[in-house]
Design a protein. Sequence first.
Length: 255
Amino acid sequence: MICVTGSGQTGVPLSEKSCLMPPDNPGPASRFAYSLYGLYALGVFALGVLATLVVVALTPGQERRRRAVARIIRTTFLTAGVRPVVTGLANLPDGPCIVVANHASYVDGLLLKAFLPPRFSFVIKGEMRKNPLVHFVLRRSGARFVERFGSGTRDIREFVRAAREGAALGFFPEGTFIADPGVLRFRPGAFLAASKAGIPVAPIGIRGTRRMLPAGRALPWPSRVQVDVLPAILPDAPEYNDYHGLAEAARQRIL
């Protein structure tokens, strides 16, 4: 079953290696079995995408759409045999805040959408606007878009304004993900917005998704997945004196 706890305790730490169910170098028979699973899981996720498209098109009200989409994603994960362990939800600040998570796989955004409260709006790279269908689903689900290249000054101002008006925003500050293990250096945009708005930053560590569906692989493999919501960095913390230092402090907590 899905294990969701409210405490900040994460239990036994999970490294990228320990989250993996299949061995690092499976033999031919195992690879065949994992491929069969991958085809099944891919079909399940395709049905989830269709259900999401119908829901966001027909459901009135953004909060209702967000809740419905979260239910679809949770059901999709369960049907695909993925039972994420989610801990530390009580660490999320009640008011406006920014959450930042490491980015390891295509499924990271789905995980956070499924298990974080529906009040969170996720910040998506602007290139996703080029796909009309994806753009429609994300926009109707309450996503915000940011340009990864260029100054991004206008985006920062919009995020600061939204945060001051009570918004809760979610970022993947690495800006992308790669197949190799590790956490890339965080881009400063989310942390500049947080420092200007004077709101907490809640780091989130995601484990196991790189093994499930890394960059460059078409089919998912079975994997143990864990999401740890870590204690927030509050505006009175010393790290808030410099947004670059705030970015590195959040990154170190995730590591």
